[in-house]
Design a protein around this ligand. Structure first.
Ligand SMILES: *Cc1c(COP(=O)(O)O)cnc(C)c1O
Length: 396
Protein backbone atom coordinates (compact mmCIF):
# COMPACT_ATOMS: atom_id res chain seq x y z
CA UNK A 1 0.00 0.00 0.00
CA UNK A 2 1.14 3.56 -0.65
CA UNK A 3 1.25 5.99 2.25
CA UNK A 4 -1.91 7.70 0.96
CA UNK A 5 -3.72 4.35 0.85
CA UNK A 6 -2.52 3.50 4.37
CA UNK A 7 -3.83 6.81 5.70
CA UNK A 8 -7.18 6.29 3.94
CA UNK A 9 -7.51 2.75 5.32
CA UNK A 10 -6.51 3.97 8.77
CA UNK A 11 -9.38 6.44 9.02
CA UNK A 12 -11.76 3.95 7.41
CA UNK A 13 -10.99 0.97 9.66
CA UNK A 14 -9.58 2.31 12.93
CA UNK A 15 -11.84 3.72 15.61
CA UNK A 16 -11.72 7.44 15.96
CA UNK A 17 -10.03 7.84 19.36
CA UNK A 18 -6.84 9.64 18.35
CA UNK A 19 -5.93 12.69 16.33
CA UNK A 20 -2.98 11.22 14.48
CA UNK A 21 -0.23 12.97 12.56
CA UNK A 22 -0.36 12.09 8.84
CA UNK A 23 2.71 9.86 8.80
CA UNK A 24 3.22 6.11 9.12
CA UNK A 25 6.29 5.11 11.12
CA UNK A 26 7.81 1.86 9.92
CA UNK A 27 11.27 1.46 11.48
CA UNK A 28 13.35 2.66 14.41
CA UNK A 29 16.88 2.46 15.70
CA UNK A 30 18.19 4.21 18.81
CA UNK A 31 16.68 7.71 18.94
CA UNK A 32 15.78 7.61 15.21
CA UNK A 33 12.61 6.53 13.41
CA UNK A 34 11.73 6.43 9.71
CA UNK A 35 8.36 6.84 8.00
CA UNK A 36 6.88 4.98 5.04
CA UNK A 37 8.34 7.59 2.67
CA UNK A 38 11.84 7.04 4.04
CA UNK A 39 11.95 10.34 5.93
CA UNK A 40 14.10 10.28 9.07
CA UNK A 41 13.07 11.75 12.44
CA UNK A 42 14.92 12.33 15.68
CA UNK A 43 12.43 10.93 18.19
CA UNK A 44 12.05 12.94 21.42
CA UNK A 45 8.69 11.28 22.13
CA UNK A 46 9.95 7.67 22.30
CA UNK A 47 6.46 6.20 22.11
CA UNK A 48 5.44 8.50 25.01
CA UNK A 49 8.28 7.77 27.45
CA UNK A 50 8.27 4.08 26.53
CA UNK A 51 11.35 3.31 24.40
CA UNK A 52 13.81 4.62 26.98
CA UNK A 53 16.71 2.57 25.62
CA UNK A 54 15.92 3.71 22.10
CA UNK A 55 14.16 1.79 19.34
CA UNK A 56 15.15 -1.80 18.58
CA UNK A 57 17.64 -1.95 21.43
CA UNK A 58 19.81 -5.00 20.63
CA UNK A 59 19.62 -6.51 24.15
CA UNK A 60 15.82 -6.22 24.30
CA UNK A 61 15.37 -7.44 20.72
CA UNK A 62 17.61 -10.45 21.38
CA UNK A 63 15.77 -11.29 24.61
CA UNK A 64 12.36 -11.12 22.89
CA UNK A 65 13.60 -13.24 19.97
CA UNK A 66 15.13 -15.87 22.25
CA UNK A 67 12.07 -16.04 24.49
CA UNK A 68 9.70 -16.19 21.50
CA UNK A 69 11.57 -19.28 20.35
CA UNK A 70 11.34 -20.86 23.81
CA UNK A 71 7.98 -20.07 25.48
CA UNK A 72 5.67 -17.11 25.05
CA UNK A 73 2.68 -17.76 27.30
CA UNK A 74 1.48 -20.30 29.82
CA UNK A 75 -0.72 -18.26 32.26
CA UNK A 76 -0.24 -17.66 35.96
CA UNK A 77 -1.57 -21.09 36.85
CA UNK A 78 2.13 -22.03 36.76
CA UNK A 79 5.39 -20.47 37.92
CA UNK A 80 7.22 -18.48 35.24
CA UNK A 81 11.00 -18.16 35.48
CA UNK A 82 11.42 -14.78 33.72
CA UNK A 83 8.61 -13.36 35.90
CA UNK A 84 10.37 -14.51 39.08
CA UNK A 85 13.60 -12.87 37.90
CA UNK A 86 11.93 -9.53 37.10
CA UNK A 87 10.06 -9.53 40.42
CA UNK A 88 13.32 -10.20 42.28
CA UNK A 89 15.11 -7.41 40.41
CA UNK A 90 12.33 -4.84 41.02
CA UNK A 91 12.04 -5.79 44.69
CA UNK A 92 15.80 -5.80 45.33
CA UNK A 93 16.12 -2.35 43.72
CA UNK A 94 13.13 -0.71 45.43
CA UNK A 95 11.21 -0.26 48.69
CA UNK A 96 8.89 -3.11 47.70
CA UNK A 97 8.62 -6.69 48.93
CA UNK A 98 6.24 -8.10 46.31
CA UNK A 99 5.32 -7.54 42.65
CA UNK A 100 2.17 -8.13 40.60
CA UNK A 101 2.37 -8.03 36.80
CA UNK A 102 -0.09 -6.81 34.18
CA UNK A 103 0.06 -5.25 30.72
CA UNK A 104 -0.38 -1.48 30.98
CA UNK A 105 -0.29 1.53 33.24
CA UNK A 106 -4.06 1.67 33.70
CA UNK A 107 -4.08 -1.97 34.75
CA UNK A 108 -1.23 -1.40 37.19
CA UNK A 109 -3.17 1.49 38.75
CA UNK A 110 -6.39 -0.53 38.75
CA UNK A 111 -4.48 -3.22 40.70
CA UNK A 112 -3.12 -0.61 43.12
CA UNK A 113 -6.60 0.81 43.71
CA UNK A 114 -8.06 -2.65 44.29
CA UNK A 115 -5.24 -3.54 46.70
CA UNK A 116 -5.68 -0.27 48.64
CA UNK A 117 -9.45 -0.84 48.92
CA UNK A 118 -9.02 -4.46 49.99
CA UNK A 119 -6.51 -3.32 52.59
CA UNK A 120 -8.75 -0.47 53.71
CA UNK A 121 -11.92 -2.54 53.94
CA UNK A 122 -10.35 -5.53 55.66
CA UNK A 123 -7.17 -4.49 57.44
CA UNK A 124 -7.87 -0.96 58.68
CA UNK A 125 -10.27 0.19 61.38
CA UNK A 126 -13.79 0.18 59.97
CA UNK A 127 -14.53 0.19 56.23
CA UNK A 128 -12.13 2.44 54.40
CA UNK A 129 -12.28 2.67 50.64
CA UNK A 130 -11.82 6.32 49.69
CA UNK A 131 -8.71 7.30 47.78
CA UNK A 132 -7.49 10.88 47.60
CA UNK A 133 -6.00 11.79 44.23
CA UNK A 134 -4.71 15.04 42.76
CA UNK A 135 -6.30 17.57 40.46
CA UNK A 136 -4.57 17.61 37.07
CA UNK A 137 -3.31 14.03 37.58
CA UNK A 138 -3.38 11.20 35.05
CA UNK A 139 -3.82 7.55 36.01
CA UNK A 140 -5.31 5.85 32.93
CA UNK A 141 -8.43 5.32 30.83
CA UNK A 142 -10.30 2.41 32.41
CA UNK A 143 -13.48 3.53 34.13
CA UNK A 144 -11.86 3.45 37.56
CA UNK A 145 -8.48 4.92 36.64
CA UNK A 146 -10.16 7.69 34.64
CA UNK A 147 -12.10 8.42 37.83
CA UNK A 148 -8.86 8.49 39.83
CA UNK A 149 -7.59 10.93 37.20
CA UNK A 150 -8.32 14.40 38.53
CA UNK A 151 -9.31 15.94 35.19
CA UNK A 152 -12.96 16.38 34.19
CA UNK A 153 -12.18 16.39 30.46
CA UNK A 154 -11.28 12.69 30.56
CA UNK A 155 -14.43 11.74 32.50
CA UNK A 156 -17.14 13.63 30.62
CA UNK A 157 -19.72 11.34 29.04
CA UNK A 158 -18.73 8.25 30.98
CA UNK A 159 -20.94 8.81 34.02
CA UNK A 160 -21.87 7.27 36.36
CA UNK A 161 -18.29 7.06 37.60
CA UNK A 162 -17.32 4.62 40.37
CA UNK A 163 -17.51 6.07 43.87
CA UNK A 164 -14.72 6.51 46.34
CA UNK A 165 -12.41 9.22 44.98
CA UNK A 166 -11.72 12.71 46.34
CA UNK A 167 -9.61 15.29 44.56
CA UNK A 168 -7.29 17.89 46.03
CA UNK A 169 -4.87 20.35 44.41
CA UNK A 170 -1.40 18.93 43.68
CA UNK A 171 1.46 20.14 45.89
CA UNK A 172 -0.91 21.17 48.70
CA UNK A 173 -0.46 19.19 51.95
CA UNK A 174 -3.12 21.12 53.88
CA UNK A 175 -5.71 20.17 51.24
CA UNK A 176 -4.88 16.46 51.63
CA UNK A 177 -5.11 16.77 55.39
CA UNK A 178 -8.55 18.36 55.10
CA UNK A 179 -9.79 15.72 52.66
CA UNK A 180 -8.93 12.73 54.88
CA UNK A 181 -12.02 11.18 56.48
CA UNK A 182 -12.73 7.99 58.45
CA UNK A 183 -13.31 6.41 55.01
CA UNK A 184 -9.89 7.23 53.53
CA UNK A 185 -7.60 4.26 52.79
CA UNK A 186 -4.96 5.84 50.56
CA UNK A 187 -3.46 8.85 48.85
CA UNK A 188 -2.43 8.33 45.22
CA UNK A 189 -0.01 10.70 43.49
CA UNK A 190 2.45 11.00 40.62
CA UNK A 191 5.84 12.11 42.05
CA UNK A 192 5.96 14.45 39.04
CA UNK A 193 2.69 15.14 37.19
CA UNK A 194 3.48 14.15 33.61
CA UNK A 195 0.41 14.38 31.32
CA UNK A 196 -0.68 17.30 33.52
CA UNK A 197 2.24 19.38 32.21
CA UNK A 198 5.49 18.14 33.81
CA UNK A 199 4.73 19.65 37.21
CA UNK A 200 7.43 19.08 39.82
CA UNK A 201 6.19 19.53 43.41
CA UNK A 202 8.09 21.34 46.19
CA UNK A 203 11.15 19.45 47.51
CA UNK A 204 9.46 18.47 50.77
CA UNK A 205 6.00 17.66 49.36
CA UNK A 206 6.38 13.88 49.07
CA UNK A 207 8.08 13.67 52.48
CA UNK A 208 5.25 15.63 54.11
CA UNK A 209 2.71 13.45 52.32
CA UNK A 210 4.49 10.37 53.73
CA UNK A 211 4.41 11.82 57.24
CA UNK A 212 0.73 12.67 56.94
CA UNK A 213 -0.14 9.16 55.70
CA UNK A 214 1.88 7.62 58.55
CA UNK A 215 0.13 9.84 61.12
CA UNK A 216 -3.30 8.83 59.82
CA UNK A 217 -2.40 5.20 59.13
CA UNK A 218 -3.25 5.33 55.42
CA UNK A 219 -1.43 4.01 52.38
CA UNK A 220 0.68 6.11 50.03
CA UNK A 221 0.57 5.09 46.36
CA UNK A 222 3.02 6.46 43.80
CA UNK A 223 2.10 6.27 40.12
CA UNK A 224 5.52 5.99 38.46
CA UNK A 225 4.11 4.69 35.19
CA UNK A 226 5.74 7.59 33.33
CA UNK A 227 8.51 8.83 35.63
CA UNK A 228 9.83 5.43 36.76
CA UNK A 229 12.43 3.22 35.07
CA UNK A 230 15.22 5.80 35.01
CA UNK A 231 13.36 8.72 33.41
CA UNK A 232 14.34 11.18 36.18
CA UNK A 233 17.93 9.96 36.54
CA UNK A 234 17.34 7.38 39.27
CA UNK A 235 15.69 4.02 38.65
CA UNK A 236 12.58 5.32 40.42
CA UNK A 237 11.62 8.97 40.92
CA UNK A 238 10.73 8.44 44.60
CA UNK A 239 14.40 7.70 45.40
CA UNK A 240 15.10 11.43 45.11
CA UNK A 241 12.50 12.32 47.75
CA UNK A 242 14.15 10.44 50.62
CA UNK A 243 10.92 8.57 51.42
CA UNK A 244 9.15 5.45 50.15
CA UNK A 245 5.57 4.70 49.14
CA UNK A 246 3.61 1.61 50.23
CA UNK A 247 2.51 0.83 46.69
CA UNK A 248 4.02 1.88 43.34
CA UNK A 249 2.95 1.33 39.76
CA UNK A 250 5.12 0.98 36.66
CA UNK A 251 4.46 0.42 32.97
CA UNK A 252 5.53 2.61 30.04
CA UNK A 253 9.32 2.03 29.87
CA UNK A 254 9.31 -1.26 31.78
CA UNK A 255 9.49 -3.35 28.60
CA UNK A 256 11.07 -0.71 26.32
CA UNK A 257 8.08 -1.01 23.98
CA UNK A 258 6.77 -4.44 24.89
CA UNK A 259 3.52 -3.87 26.84
CA UNK A 260 4.09 -4.71 30.51
CA UNK A 261 2.91 -3.17 33.75
CA UNK A 262 3.70 -3.84 37.40
CA UNK A 263 2.29 -3.00 40.79
CA UNK A 264 4.82 -3.19 43.62
CA UNK A 265 3.97 -3.16 47.32
CA UNK A 266 5.33 -3.69 50.80
CA UNK A 267 4.54 -7.01 52.45
CA UNK A 268 2.16 -5.23 54.82
CA UNK A 269 0.04 -3.86 51.95
CA UNK A 270 0.41 -6.90 49.69
CA UNK A 271 -0.96 -9.12 52.46
CA UNK A 272 -4.46 -7.84 51.62
CA UNK A 273 -4.44 -9.92 48.41
CA UNK A 274 -4.95 -13.68 48.61
CA UNK A 275 -5.44 -16.15 45.73
CA UNK A 276 -8.56 -15.29 43.76
CA UNK A 277 -8.57 -11.57 44.59
CA UNK A 278 -6.87 -10.27 41.48
CA UNK A 279 -5.52 -11.73 38.26
CA UNK A 280 -4.41 -11.18 34.68
CA UNK A 281 -4.27 -13.77 31.92
CA UNK A 282 -1.34 -12.18 30.10
CA UNK A 283 0.26 -10.41 33.07
CA UNK A 284 3.86 -11.43 33.66
CA UNK A 285 3.98 -13.77 30.68
CA UNK A 286 7.41 -15.08 29.62
CA UNK A 287 7.68 -12.87 26.53
CA UNK A 288 6.91 -9.59 28.29
CA UNK A 289 9.08 -10.52 31.24
CA UNK A 290 12.04 -11.32 28.96
CA UNK A 291 11.70 -7.81 27.51
CA UNK A 292 11.43 -6.27 31.00
CA UNK A 293 14.44 -8.22 32.30
CA UNK A 294 16.64 -7.11 29.39
CA UNK A 295 15.42 -3.53 29.86
CA UNK A 296 16.15 -3.55 33.60
CA UNK A 297 19.58 -5.17 33.11
CA UNK A 298 20.51 -2.54 30.55
CA UNK A 299 19.30 0.39 32.66
CA UNK A 300 21.11 -0.91 35.73
CA UNK A 301 24.42 -1.79 34.11
CA UNK A 302 24.72 0.28 30.96
CA UNK A 303 25.47 3.78 32.30
CA UNK A 304 21.96 4.79 31.27
CA UNK A 305 21.10 6.61 34.51
CA UNK A 306 24.33 8.65 34.49
CA UNK A 307 23.73 9.57 30.87
CA UNK A 308 20.15 10.60 31.67
CA UNK A 309 21.36 12.93 34.43
CA UNK A 310 24.23 14.44 32.42
CA UNK A 311 22.42 14.91 29.10
CA UNK A 312 19.26 15.98 30.96
CA UNK A 313 21.22 18.77 32.69
CA UNK A 314 22.69 19.82 29.33
CA UNK A 315 19.24 19.81 27.70
CA UNK A 316 17.96 22.04 30.53
CA UNK A 317 20.79 24.52 30.03
CA UNK A 318 20.14 24.66 26.29
CA UNK A 319 16.38 25.10 26.81
CA UNK A 320 16.99 27.94 29.27
CA UNK A 321 19.15 29.59 26.61
CA UNK A 322 16.32 29.09 24.14
CA UNK A 323 13.90 30.67 26.63
CA UNK A 324 16.15 33.74 26.69
CA UNK A 325 15.78 34.03 22.91
CA UNK A 326 12.04 33.38 22.60
CA UNK A 327 9.37 35.28 24.54
CA UNK A 328 6.77 32.58 23.86
CA UNK A 329 8.62 30.26 26.31
CA UNK A 330 7.34 31.02 29.80
CA UNK A 331 8.86 28.14 31.78
CA UNK A 332 11.30 25.23 31.49
CA UNK A 333 10.90 22.47 34.08
CA UNK A 334 11.29 18.78 34.80
CA UNK A 335 13.93 16.37 36.01
CA UNK A 336 16.39 14.11 34.22
CA UNK A 337 14.93 13.53 30.76
CA UNK A 338 11.30 14.39 31.39
CA UNK A 339 11.20 18.02 30.44
CA UNK A 340 8.35 20.46 29.95
CA UNK A 341 8.53 23.76 28.10
CA UNK A 342 5.51 25.94 28.80
CA UNK A 343 4.45 28.29 26.03
CA UNK A 344 2.28 31.39 26.01
CA UNK A 345 0.66 30.03 22.82
CA UNK A 346 -0.81 26.62 21.83
CA UNK A 347 1.96 24.10 21.08
CA UNK A 348 0.48 22.14 18.17
CA UNK A 349 1.87 24.34 15.38
CA UNK A 350 5.37 24.02 16.83
CA UNK A 351 5.01 20.24 17.11
CA UNK A 352 3.91 20.01 13.45
CA UNK A 353 6.68 22.28 12.19
CA UNK A 354 9.28 20.36 14.20
CA UNK A 355 8.00 17.17 12.58
CA UNK A 356 8.39 18.67 9.11
CA UNK A 357 11.95 19.47 10.15
CA UNK A 358 12.61 15.88 11.23
CA UNK A 359 12.11 16.13 14.99
CA UNK A 360 9.32 14.40 16.90
CA UNK A 361 8.13 16.16 20.04
CA UNK A 362 4.84 16.09 21.91
CA UNK A 363 2.54 18.69 23.39
CA UNK A 364 0.51 18.05 26.54
CA UNK A 365 -2.24 20.14 28.11
CA UNK A 366 -2.43 22.38 25.03
CA UNK A 367 0.60 24.58 25.58
CA UNK A 368 3.30 22.48 27.22
CA UNK A 369 5.90 20.92 24.98
CA UNK A 370 6.81 17.57 26.49
CA UNK A 371 10.20 16.01 25.84
CA UNK A 372 10.64 12.37 26.88
CA UNK A 373 13.46 11.17 24.60
CA UNK A 374 15.28 7.86 24.94
CA UNK A 375 17.65 8.05 27.93
CA UNK A 376 20.57 7.11 25.66
CA UNK A 377 20.62 10.35 23.65
CA UNK A 378 23.81 12.44 23.39
CA UNK A 379 24.49 16.17 23.48
CA UNK A 380 24.53 16.14 19.66
CA UNK A 381 20.92 14.97 19.59
CA UNK A 382 19.99 17.73 22.03
CA UNK A 383 21.79 20.30 19.86
CA UNK A 384 19.82 19.16 16.81
CA UNK A 385 16.49 19.50 18.63
CA UNK A 386 17.40 22.93 20.00
CA UNK A 387 18.43 24.07 16.52
CA UNK A 388 15.10 22.97 15.04
CA UNK A 389 13.08 24.51 17.90
CA UNK A 390 14.96 27.78 17.52
CA UNK A 391 14.23 27.83 13.77
CA UNK A 392 10.57 26.91 14.21
CA UNK A 393 9.99 29.42 17.02
CA UNK A 394 11.42 32.21 14.88
CA UNK A 395 8.54 31.55 12.45
CA UNK A 396 5.75 31.76 15.04
C1 LIG B 1 0.50 6.67 30.62
C2 LIG B 1 0.15 6.75 32.06
C3 LIG B 1 -0.83 5.90 32.61
C4 LIG B 1 -1.65 4.96 31.77
O1 LIG B 1 -0.87 3.98 31.17
P1 LIG B 1 -1.48 3.08 29.98
O2 LIG B 1 -0.40 2.08 29.71
O3 LIG B 1 -1.75 4.01 28.85
O4 LIG B 1 -2.73 2.46 30.49
C5 LIG B 1 -1.06 5.98 33.97
N1 LIG B 1 -0.38 6.84 34.75
C6 LIG B 1 0.56 7.66 34.26
C7 LIG B 1 1.30 8.57 35.18
C8 LIG B 1 0.85 7.65 32.89
O5 LIG B 1 1.75 8.49 32.39
Amino acid sequence: MTTQELLAHSSRYIMNTYRRFPIVLVRGEGPWVWDSEGKEYLDFVAGIAVCSLGHSHPAVTAAIRKQAETLTHVSNLYHIEPQIRVAECLVEHSFADKAFFCNSGAEANEAAIKLARKYGNEMMDGNRYEIITMENSFHGRTLTTVTATGQKKFQLGFEPLPEGFRYVPFNDIAAVEKAITEKTCAVMVEPIQAEGGILVPDDDYLRRLRNLCDDRGILLIFDEVQVGMGRTGTLFAYEQSGIQPDIMTLAKALGNGFPVGAMLATDAAAAAFVPGNHASTFGGNPLGMAAAMATLDTILTGGVLDNCKAVGAYFFDRLRELKGAHDIITDVRGRGLIVGVELSIPGDAIVSMAMENGVLINCTNGNILRFVPPLIITRDHVDRVIEVLDEVMRLT
